[in-house]
Design a binder for this molecule. Structure first.
Ligand SMILES: [Zn+2]
Length: 258
């Protein structure tokens, strides 16, 4: 069984920890992973990490939490940082109205800049959405009207059904994390059950949100296997079939990761 962790933050692990994290991933059948950008200045480290391991990819972007730390980047600047062959996506960017760590207007400008970078490069945008369903859907539509189609996924999906459906309607993908395995996530599992199979992805969002049965522990890419198992059960698929499905979906969306 070959799984891909489509969203993790490997820069949270020290150089000493990383070899064992990667070994456990490989033992769990997690053959590739994407380490996700949250600040532009992190790009050189992500690039070095991706160059050091054949199965690590990376993305470039500014997390909504960090949107006010620096002036909002020009889309061209974000796009230029993805020239490297292992930079396969943009993000994560989006809106987080739960923590509101940056003013909402700045978060929106930041999100729009990332959408424009996705349009310019043809690379998929990893979207962080928390308590901002309506504005996420609205900005996706507005920027599509303005600048044309772009590829994207809603990462660590925990929003409402309407946003999942709006995303799918616009050609987007939906990525499920350990939240899917939590006992109280009944509604989330119902959404996961109902979405089109060809739009499903799995991720850890490590080091956050470890799945059951390791909830509360530090998460790492190996543990995406637990989320994949629950998604397989939810969809009535064998684990192997679910792994093949999500891997095929990943390759279709992240075209540079071929
Ligand atoms: Zn996120």
């Amino acid at each position: 069984m070959n799984l891909i962790d489509s969203h993790c933050h490997l820069d949270y692990f020290t150089d000493d920890e990383l070899p064992s994290v990667l070994a456990r991933a490989s033992a769990a059948g997690v053959v590739e992973m994407v380490t996700i950008g949250t600040r532009l200045r992190q790009a050189p480290r992500s690039q070095a990490l991706a160059e050091s391991q054949p199965n690590i990819w990376y993305t470039v972007g500014v997390h909504p939490h960090n949107a006010a730390e620096m002036p909002v980047p020009q889309p061209e600047v974000i796009a230029a940082l993805t020239a490297h062959p292992k930079a396969i996506g943009i993000g994560e960017s989006g809106l987080d109205y739960f923590y509101d760590k940056a003013p909402r207007a700045v978060q929106q400008d930041n999100f729009r800049a990332h959408i424009k970078a996705a349009q310019a490069t043809g690379l998929p945008l990893a979207i962080h959405a928390r308590d901002a369903d309506e504005d996420i859907a609205r900005l996706l539509l507005e920027e599509r009207d303005r600048g044309g189609d772009f590829a994207f996924l809603l990462h660590c999906f925990s929003s409402g059904r309407a946003l999942a459906e709006a995303a799918v309607q616009q050609g987007g993908y939906v990525s499920f994390s350990g939240i899917l395995t939590f006992p109280k996530s009944t509604e989330l599992r119902e959404i996961a059950r109902d979405l089109p199979a060809e739009r499903l992805l799995v991720e850890t969002d490590a080091p956050y949100l470890a799945p059951v049965p390791l909830r509360g522990k530090r998460n790492e890419p190996a543990l995406v296997a637990h989320t994949a198992r629950v998604l397989a059960e939810t969809r009535g698929l064998a684990p192997d079939a679910l792994a093949a499905l999500t891997t095929a979906n990943f390759r279709r969306l992240f075209r540079k990761a071929a």
